[in-house]
Write a protein that binds this ligand. Structure first.
Ligand code: FES
Ligand SMILES: [Fe+2]
Length: 395
C-alpha cells in the first residue's frame, strides 16, 4: 500500500526499522535539556535502537554526547540513568580512563609504557556523536553528516521564545527524571502526541488546567478575550508569542497561550510547583501562560513560570520505544523547601500514563492483519504534518 497524505502510515512503513534508523541518522533529535546535566561531569544516559549513549557536561563547560562503550573490551562506562563522573571517565572493568572533554584515553591499565598518547592509542578514544544546543535544549544526530543548516534554523526559530529563559542570568537543574520503556511503536507515540482529539476523553485531569477551546475547535469569546489580554501582557514583557506551526522550520511548532484562570503553573491545583520562578518571571509575578514547543522528530517541551517539563521519545525497535520526562527548575531551588516530588510531577506522570496506554493500544491495533491507514480529521492536521515529514525525511 502506498502512503497517502492525510492518512496514517502504511503497515510496511510502521514496521520498517531501517527507515526509522535512516531518519535518526539524518535529523537532529531532542536529547535532553542543559539542565539535565547542569554541573561539570554530570551525565545522562539514553538509548536509541540497540545503542546506549550518554550526554556529559565537560570540564570546559561544553556538553557532548558519547557512545556508552569502552574502547578496550567494550564494557559500559557509565551506570544508572544519570550521575556524576570523577574528573575522568573511568571504566569499571579495567579502569581505563577517558578525558570527558576530548574522549581521549588518558590512562590504559596494563598497556605497555608509551601507549597512552601514541598514534595507536588515538584510535581508542570514546565515540562521539554530534550534539548542538538551541537555547536550553540539546539536539543530537547519529549521522556524521548532520545537517548544520537545519540545526541553524532550529536555533534561530527557537531563540526569540527561549532567550528570556536561556539568558536569564541563572542556571537550571533537573529536579526529577522519569523514563519508561513502552511496548509501542515510536511512530504511534508521535502521532498520539500530535493531536488533542483524544484529550477530552482521556486527559480529563489535564484539561482541568486549560480552557478546552484553547486546543480544539473554535475559541470561545471568553477565551479570545483572555488570549488577547495575555498577548498584550507578553508584549509588554518582551515575550514572543507568535504561533509557529511547522512553518518557519518544518521541525518546530511553538505556541504560547493562557492556562486556566488563576493557574500559575502546570499543577493540578494551579499553585506554583516551585517557589523559585525562572527566566523572565520574577517572584510574585507568575504568569498564567505556558510556552510549548513540539519538535520533530521526538519531543514536546513546556515552559511555565517556575519549571520546564521536557518529554521525549526515542525508538528502541519498530515496536518498542523509550519515553523520557525531565522536570527542570531554577538552579537554586531546593527540594522539599521550594518544590516537592508529588506536586511537581503529578500532572505529567498522570497524563503520560494515559498516553502510554493509548500508544500501546494503537500499536496492538496496527499489528492486526486487518490494519489499514485511517484518515486524519481536520483538527489532527499536525499528524498529517508529522506523517508527511517522516515519509520525506526517512526516504
Ligand atoms: S573494558 Fe573498559 S577498561 Fe577494559
Ligand atoms: Fe495525550
Amino acid at each position: 500500500m502506498t502512503y497517502r497524505s492525510g492518512y496514517g502510515f502504511p503497515a510496511e512503513v510502521i514496521w520498517d526499522r531501517q527507515r526509522m534508523e535512516r531518519l535518526f541518522a539524518r535529523k537532529w533529535f531532542f536529547a535532553g535539556m542543559r539542565g539535565d546535566v547542569p554541573n561539570k561531569r554530570d551525565y545522562l544516559k539514553f538509548q536509541l535502537f540497540d545503542e546506549e549513549y550518554f550526554l556529559i557536561h565537560g570540564n570546559d563547560g561544553v556538553i557532548r554526547c558519547y557512545v556508552n562503550r569502552c574502547a578496550h573490551q567494550s564494557a559500559r562506562l557509565v551506570k544508572g540513568e544519570a550521575g556524576r563522573c570523577a574528573a575522568r571517565i573511568v571504566c569499571p572493568n579495567h579502569q581505563w580512563a577517558f578525558d570527558p572533554n576530548s574522549g581521549q584515553v588518558v590512562h590504559a591499565s596494563f598497556m605497555p609504557e608509551g601507549f597512552v598518547g601514541s598514534r595507536e592509542c588515538d584510535e581508542f578514544g570514546l565515540t562521539e556523536i554530534p550534539l548542538r544546543e538551541a537555547g536550553l535544549m540539546l539536539f543530537a544526530c547519529l549521522g556524521d553528516a548532520a545537517p548544520e543548516n537545519e540545526m541553524d534554523l532550529i536555533v534561530e526559530t527557537i531563540a526569540p521564545y527561549m532567550d528570556p529563559f536561556a539568558k536569564a542570568g541563572h542556571g537550571y537543574k533537573q529536579a526529577y527524571h522519569h523514563r519508561e520503556i513502552l511496548d509501542a511503536s515510536w511512530l504511534m507515540a508521535m502521532l498520539n502526541n500530535r493531536e488533542c482529539c483524544h484529550c477530552a476523553q482521556n486527559h480529563k485531569r489535564l484539561l482541568s488546567l486549560f480552557d478546552p477551546s484553547s486546543f480544539n475547535g473554535e475559541h470561545t469569546p471568553d477565551y479570545k478575550a483572555r488570549l488577547k489580554a495575555a498577548q498584550a501582557r507578553w508584549e509588554d514583557k518582551g515575550l514572543a508569542w507568535q504561533e509557529q506551526a511547522f512553518n518557519t522550520s518544518e521541525n518546530i511548532r511553538i505556541s504560547r497561550y493562557p492556562m486556566g484562570e488563576g493557574f500559575k503553573s502546570q499543577t493540578f491545583d494551579g499553585e506554583l510547583a516551585s517557589q523559585k520562578l525562572i527566566g523572565p518571571f520574577v517572584d510574585g509575578e507568575a504568569d498564567e501562560g505556558t510556552l510549548s514547543f513540539w519538535l520533530n522528530p521526538n519531543a514536546w517541551v513546556h515552559f511555565v513560570s517556575d519549571h520546564i517539563i521536557a518529554n521525549w521519545i526515542l525508538p528502541l525497535s519498530e515496536n518498542k520505544c523509550a519515553f523520557y520526562t525531565s522536570w527542570i527548575v531554577h538552579e537554586d531551588a531546593v527540594e522539599d523547601v521550594d518544590y516537592t516530588a508529588e506536586h511537581m510531577k503529578e500532572v505529567w506522570l498522570v497524563t503520560n500514563a494515559e498516553d502510554v496506554g493509548l500508544c500501546q493500544s494503537m500499536t496492538e491495533g496496527a499489528r492486526s492483519r486487518y490494519y489499514k491507514p485511517g484518515p486524519f480529521a481536520p483538527p489532527e492536521q499536525f499528524c498529517t504534518q508529522f506523517a508527511d515529514w517522516y515519509m520525506k525525511a526517512s526516504l
